[in-house]
Design a protein around this ligand. Structure first.
Ligand code: HEC
Ligand code: HEC
Length: 264
């Protein structure tokens, strides 16, 4: 295990919300012995991951400095891997794809067996891990790489009206009664904060009262209808990816802090 010394180990255990299960210091990171009733992603991330990765996922949790391997910054996974690779993140977290000999690091607990040991329900364990992965996805900073999902969706569905740069004036723009607005000014107009939740709601459109003359498609419905129906989670993931893309193309860059949960 990569934690230096027993005293630090005890700190980690306390921060993980661990009761009695202080194992052999040579067998890997401590396994928490207390299961959280909630399977919500944020709750579980805060309980089981934030001590090392930090509440915002940036690798700056309270015990990070006591570890020999720095906990990864989980907010840059999408940027570092050409989009958020949900399946490989999941496999890494559960340990399905990890071979400690090959990677030479045992600092990151293998969560699959830990969660299964804590909660006998396979269904809840699967949900817990899926929700944690979704929460990590929600932490991703803006990404504008061409291969990024948000960028691809924007080119496919939005650029016809809003233009390839998001500034308006796409090829369909002059057939509309209203000019599609410039989407790169939110942060500038909003005191340096990108209003993620508002933009998300506008794009989704399903809970925005209809005035009957909206020219912008209701993307919550449109994405749901793709190929005969998509899950609500998939619809949300697409809209989130677009919102992250828009956050990334703002003319005035927002400070990264304002893009963390609560805002994003
Ligand atoms: C005891 C500290 C610790 C805890 C608790 C912890 N991690 Fe980690 N995690 C690490 C370290 C250290 C690394 C970097 C491992 C390496 O470099 O080999 C890491 C790496 C990762 C990575 C890989 C990131 C990348 O860059 O590919 C993911 C994903 C991850 N952790 C998710 C989680 C999740 C989800 C939880 C909670 C269920 C969690 N971690 C709890 C220490 C921790
Ligand atoms: C058919 C043309 C068209 C397409 C395609 C389109 N929009 Fe729009 N959009 C508009 C128009 C026009 C408006 C102005 C409001 C209205 O008339 O509905 C607008 C408004 C918006 C707004 C609100 C702007 C503000 O002033 O706050 C956002 C955000 C937005 N669009 C994002 C998107 C995204 C993201 C996509 C792709 C998923 C998209 N739009 C696709 C035409 C379009």
């Amino acid at each position: 295990m990569m934690i230096r010394g027993c005293a630090t180990g005890a700190v980690v255990l306390t921060l993980l919300g661990v009761g009695a299960a202080i194992g052999d210091a040579q067998t890997g990171p401590p396994a928490p012995s207390v299961v959280l009733d909630s399977v919500a992603g944020r709750d579980n991330f805060e309980r089981y991951c934030a001590s090392c990765h930090g509440r915002g996922g940036r690798g700056d949790g309270p015990v990070a400095s006591a570890l020999r391997a720095r906990p990864a910054d989980l907010t840059t996974l999408a940027r570092r891997n050409e989009g958020f690779q949900r399946e490989s993140v999941r496999a890494y977290v559960t340990g399905a794809d990890r071979n400690p000999d090959a990677h030479g690091s045992e600092a990151m607990p293998v969560w699959g067996p830990i969660f299964r040991g804590l909660d006998p329900s396979d269904l809840r364990t699967t949900q817990r891990i899926d929700n944690i992965v979704s929460f990590i996805e929600s932490l991703q900073g803006p990404s504008t790489a061409a291969s990024d999902l948000g960028s691809q969706l924007f080119r496919t569905h939005c650029a016809t009206c809003h233009g390839p740069s998001g500034r308006g004036g796409g090829p369909m723009a002059d057939q509309l009664r209203r000019m599609p607005p410039d989407l790169t000014q939110y942060t500038a107009r909003n005191g340096g904060v990108f209003p993620s939740e508002r933009v998300q709601r506008i794009i989704d459109g399903r809970d925005v009262p209809s005035h009957g003359d909206r020219e912008m498609p209701v993307w919550g419905d449109a994405f749901q209808a793709v190929r005969g129906g998509t899950s609500e989670q998939a619809v949300k993931a697409r809209i989130d990816a677009i919102v992250r893309y828009l956050a990334g193309i703002q003319e005035r860059a927002a400070s990264l802090d304002t893009l963390r949960p609560g805002h994003l």
